[in-house]
Each structure stands twice: as structure tokens, then as C-alpha cells.
Ligand binder design. Structure first.
Ligand code: NAD
Ligand code: WQD
Length: 344
């Protein structure tokens, strides 16, 4: 089977591509490198020992994207490509709506034209807004609290409408919780632009001495130690979830939606502690104000994915931390060739 992976040079897309290649799928990546680098494609080939077809195209450019559909008989699409920074989306909503929504519509138009009927979509726990209760089930109330989240919710709605209108199309909506970790080789991992917003890349930059300490956003939540609780999931487990979702689509289920999380919540302080143990580094932190928009607790009930996909997260928090650390310590400057001394 030939799978078109949009955003395949990105963090989750690159790990999933390797999982797909290992499972003997053929992969065609489309990426515009707006948040990734060409070297990732080489690393994917190095890790997998296999060829990957690659196109540098912006998905909103329909004419260029059509070439990909013309040149390849695509069987299914996994759509990772999106802008994903919550804070930035509040400042640049138009960019987010344009990039995330338009690219998905263009993609679906071409899928229709070229008779591609299987689609896996990267959604997010963000569509649960401020969850009423944890663990969160797939049929919990949906809402969005920022433009990024609204793009995910809008696309989910579009997909539900498309599948309602055309029963021959099969779609898997995968709602990821908090992806961390990296490939065991230490050759690919998460490389955010500038100062990280998400906690794990922030912690790893503190560990290599590029940032002095981490701000813990609030210690007065109603949680075991007062800090926010999240469902951290290894990116390798997520990658496997996509392969399982593709297998499910072969059964023609119509539209299916799954939470991909471990079901375990860890507090900010527990995560910092687990990372300290894994890296054998002290992670200095300062308790600061709550971050606006944050929720106290967010963790998944992923039993539906276990029952229907035969998927269950394998990795625990210690291994997630070890693998994030291996990536950051082997690549203190991410994918950039310039390696500086670090004082950790
Ligand atoms: P990422 O930024 O590392 O990867 C996204 C990739 O898409 C990048 O390589 C980027 O260059 C590419 N891209 C973006 N817009 C494009 C366009 N118009 N045309 C072509 N390529 C384009 O992000 P990620 O963490 O790998 O996330 C992948 C998907 O998962 C996204 O849809 C994101 O919203 C979703 N998601 C991520 C998280 C997370 O915390 N990382 C959590 C939940 C959901
Ligand atoms: C995790 C915890 C923070 C940074 C975001 C998006 C969500 C999804 C995943 C894409 C929280 C705390 C963080 C720091 C801290 N992405 N924290 N100091 O906010 O759960 O989810 O990424 O879909 O949509 O909203 O993840 O990693 O930012 O925060 O104390 O410097 O760490 O308060 O409790 P979040 P996060």
C-alpha cells in the first residue's frame, strides 16, 4: 500500500513514517519544511534502510499537490501537516485557519478526484477544551479555547460531514494526548523553533544548559501536588497507533475516533522528577503563575483504541524521559549542524 504522509518531516510524522516503512508500507512524504528540516528525510532513510519518496510542497498549493496524486497511485493519506503552537495561533489566527483548514480541504478535493478513500487525521486532546471529567472518553463534550484548537475541531466537523454524505470514505480521527519521547536511535526527535512552549522540550533544554530553569505554571491546582496533570505518551506508541488505524480502515468502518493516550496522568513535578532520574541531571525549577488557558487535569480513557484497534501504549514515563534525553543529549542543537559545547 502507498501512503501519502503529509507533514512527514515533522516530529510525529517522521516517527510514524519509520513505523510504516517497518510494516512494509510505501511512503510518500509531502512537507513544506515550515517547521522541520530536510535532514529529517535523510535520517528516516538511515534508520529504516528504505527509500522514501519526498516532495517539498505547501499543501495549500493545489496545482503542485495534484502532481503528487498524478504521479503516485495513493491508497491512503495520513495528514499530520499543520501549524500547532497554541499561543502563536492566538496572535496569528488567519495563518492558522489558512494553513490548517485550507490544506485539509485541498487535500480532500484531490483525494476525491483521484479516488483515494482512506484518511487518518491528527487531532488532539485540545478538542475536549476544559474537560468535565477525567479520564476522558471519546464521546465527551467538545469545545475549543484557542484558534489552533478550533482548526482541529472544525476539521473534525468537516470530516464527520464528508463521511455522513459519502459512506464509501473511511476516516480515522486520532486524538493525541501529550506526545514526548523520541526514536531509540537518538537520530530523530522534537525540535521546536525558539524557546519551547511544551514542557518536555523545555526540560531537555534546561538539562543541556541552554535554559537556566523551568517555570512550573502553578502549584495551586486541585491535584496531588498542586501542579497540572497530563497524559504523556511516547511518540513511538503514537506512531504504532497510526499503523493500527490504517489496518482498521481496511475494514471500511466509516468514521472512527480514538483517543491515543496511556490513561495515566503525571504532574509537572512528577515529570521533572522522572526526567531528572533518567538523565541524572538536576532540573532547576521555579514555581510561577498559572499559564492562562491551562486545565488542571487532562488524561485519556483509551480503552476504545485497545478494544477496536488492538492498540495500547507500551512505554512508561521513565522510558519516555530516557528517550527524550537521548535525543537532546546527542543533538544539543537539534538538527542544526553547528554543535556548541554545553555546560550541563
Ligand atoms: P510538527 O510541526 O513537528 O510537524 C508538522 C509538519 O507539517 C512540519 O514538518 C511542517 O513543516 C509541516 N507543515 C505544516 N504546514 C504545512 C503545509 N501547509 N504544507 C506542507 N507541510 C506543512 O508537528 P507534530 O508535533 O509532528 O504534529 C503533527 C500533527 O499532530 C499536527 O497536526 C498537530 O496539530 C498534531 N498534534 C500534535 C501534538 C503535539 O503535542 N506535538 C498533540 C496533538 C496533536
Ligand atoms: C503540559 C503541562 C503546563 C511548560 C499542548 C497543547 C495541546 C497539545 C499538546 C497539540 C501543563 C506545564 C508547560 C512549562 C509548565 N498540542 N508546563 N512549564 O498545554 O497540555 O498541551 O500541547 O495539539 O493542544 O495545548 O502541553 O507541554 O504545554 O504543558 O509548567 O514551561 O506542563 O502548565 O500542566 P499542554 P504543555
Amino acid at each position: 500500500m502507498k501512503i501519502l504522509v503529509t507533514g512527514g518531516a515533522g516530529y510525529i510524522g517522521s516517527h510514524t513514517t519509520i513505523e510504516l516503512l517497518d510494516a512494509n508500507y510505501e511512503v510518500i512524504i509531502v512537507d513544506n519544511f515550515s517547521n522541520s528540516r530536510p535532514i529529517v528525510i535523510d535520517r528516516i532513510k538511515e534508520i529504516s534502510g528504505k527509500e522514501v519518496k519526498f516532495y517539498e510542497i505547501d499543501l495549500t498549493d493545489k496545482e503542485s499537490l495534484e502532481l503528487v496524486f498524478k504521479e503516485n497511485k495513493i491508497d491512503a493519506v495520513i495528514h499530520f501537516a499543520a501549524l500547532k503552537a497554541v499561543g502563536e495561533s492566538v496572535k496569528k489566527p488567519l495563518e492558522y485557519y489558512n494553513n490548517n483548514i485550507v490544506s485539509t480541504l485541498v487535500l480532500f478535493d484531490l483525494m476525491k478526484k483521484y479516488n483515494v478513500r482512506k484518511f487518518v487525521f491528527s487531532s488532539s486532546a485540545t478538542v475536549y477544551g476544559n474537560p468535565e471529567k477525567c479520564p476522558i472518553l471519546e464521546d465527551s463534550a467538545l469545545s475549543a479555547t484557542n484558534p489552533y484548537g478550533r482548526t482541529k475541531l472544525m476539521i473534525e466537523d468537516v470530516l464527520r460531514d464528508i463521511c455522513f454524505a459519502d459512506k464509501t470514505i473511511d476516516v480515522a480521527i486520532l486524538r493525541y494526548f501529550n506526545p514526548i519521547g523520541a526514536h531509540k536511535s537518538g537520530l530523530i526527535g522534537e525540535e521546536p523553533n525558539g524557546i519551547p512552549n511544551n514542557i518536555m522540550p523545555y526540560i531537555t533544554k534546561v538539562a543541556v544548559g541552554q535554559l537556566p530553569y523551568i517555570n512550573v505554571f502553578g502549584d495551586d491546582y486541585d491535584t496531588l501536588d498542586g501542579t497540572g496533570i497530563r497524559d504523556y505518551i511516547h511518540v513511538l506508541d503514537l506512531a504504532e497507533g497510526h499503523v493500527k488505524a490504517l489496518e482498521k480502515l481496511n475494514e471500511h468502518p466509516g468514521l472512527v475516533t480514538y483517543n491515543l493516550g496511556t490513561g495515566n496522568g503525571y504532574s509537572v513535578l512528577q515529570l521533572i522528577n522522572a526526567f531528572s532520574n533518567a538523565s541524572k541531571r538536576k532540573i532547576p525549577y521555579i514555581i510561577s503563575d498559572r499559564r492562562p488557558g491551562d486545565v488542571a487535569k487532562c488524561y485519556a480513557d483509551s480503552s476504545k483504541a485497545e478494544k477496536e484497534l488492538g492498540w495500547k501504549a507500551k512505554y512508561g514515563i521513565d522510558e519516555m524521559c530516557q528517550d527524550s534525553w537521548r535525543w537532546q543529549s546527542q543533538n544539543p542543537n537539534g538538527y542544526s549542524e553547528y554543535i556548541c559545547e554545553y555546560n550541563g
